[in-house]
Design a protein around this ligand. Structure first.
Ligand code: PEP
Length: 252
């Protein structure tokens, strides 16, 4: 991996105070692995506690609202998660796009607000199994990305893209290394067209059933700069082997 790899966990709707020990475990162990940037995106209710439990470690939110503030009962804004201590947010996760009908325009607005506030931002894209079967995955994901990317990125270094095929999330299925490499190459092209030289610092992560057992192979793929990890991020003992695989990839 040419860039310092980035491995981020997404706890989704899992975790209460009882699980904070997992955050502490990951944060302490990662202090000895400076070659990898590591983060955990915890439920909004845990952000402040997770930050207190792991000073200096990168804690993120899993989503933010696409408006800066207003009458949006139950939602949290960029400023709120930042105030809680988050330094990162995910936007455009397929579970929100698919289940809550979030649009590309909303994802773009979220990313713009988050980056303007100085949050690192992981913007997710990915195709369904039906799209993959029709052979249109590269085109569909490129279009989704073009429509979701902020027009202006004040700090490209803050932006990462996560390629997460929907059919690979939580299923144990993973695309072939060739398919992952081809998609990351296409995403890189879109970023270069949009941001020119500014695209160079943007990481492209792979997400979808990454585990300790397959991480080494995934990190060896050209164009993969890290991973977004769901299920295997809940327990430090499952997550840390992925971080170690990323570190080994740097040394290889
Ligand atoms: C995710 O939800 O972002 C994800 C990649 O999940 P999993 O690792 O469980 O497939």
């Amino acid at each position: 991996m040419a860039k310092r790899p980035f491995v981020a966990g997404n706890w989704k709707m899992h975790g209460t105070r009882a699980e904070l020990g997992q955050v502490t475990h990951v944060s302490i162990e990662t202090e000895t692995i400076p070659e990898v940037l590591v983060a955990l995106c915890v439920p909004a209710t845990l952000i402040t506690r997770a930050v207190s439990a792991s000073p200096g470690f990168l804690i993120g939110a899993q989503d933010v609202h696409h408006e800066a503030k207003g009458a949006f009962t139950g939602s949290v804004s960029v400023k709120m998660v930042k105030d809680a201590g988050a330094k990162l947010t995910i936007v455009g996760h397929s579970e929100r796009r698919e289940m809550l009908g979030e649009t590309d325009a909303q994802v773009r607005a979220k990313a713009e607000l988050a980056i303007d506030e100085g949050l690192k931002t992981i913007l997710c894209v990915g195709e369904s199994d039906k799209v993959r079967e029709t052979g249109q995955a590269l085109n569909v994901v490129a279009q989704q990305l073009e429509a979701s990317l902020p027009d202006r990125v004040t700090a490209p270094i803050h932006l990462s893209i996560a390629y997460e095929p929907i059919w690979a999330i939580g299923t144990g299925k993973v695309p072939s290394t060739g398919d992952i490499g081809a998609m990351h190459g296409r995403i890189r092209q879109v970023l270069e067209q949009r941001y020119g030289d500014g695209a160079a610092s943007i990481r492209i992560l792979y997400g979808g059933s990454v585990k300790g057992s397959n991480a080494k192979e995934i990190f060896a793929i050209d164009g993969v700069d890290g991973a977004l990890v769901g299920g295997a991020s809940l327990e430090a003992d499952d997550f840390m082997p992925i971080v170690h695989a990323a570190a080994a990839g740097v040394k290889a």
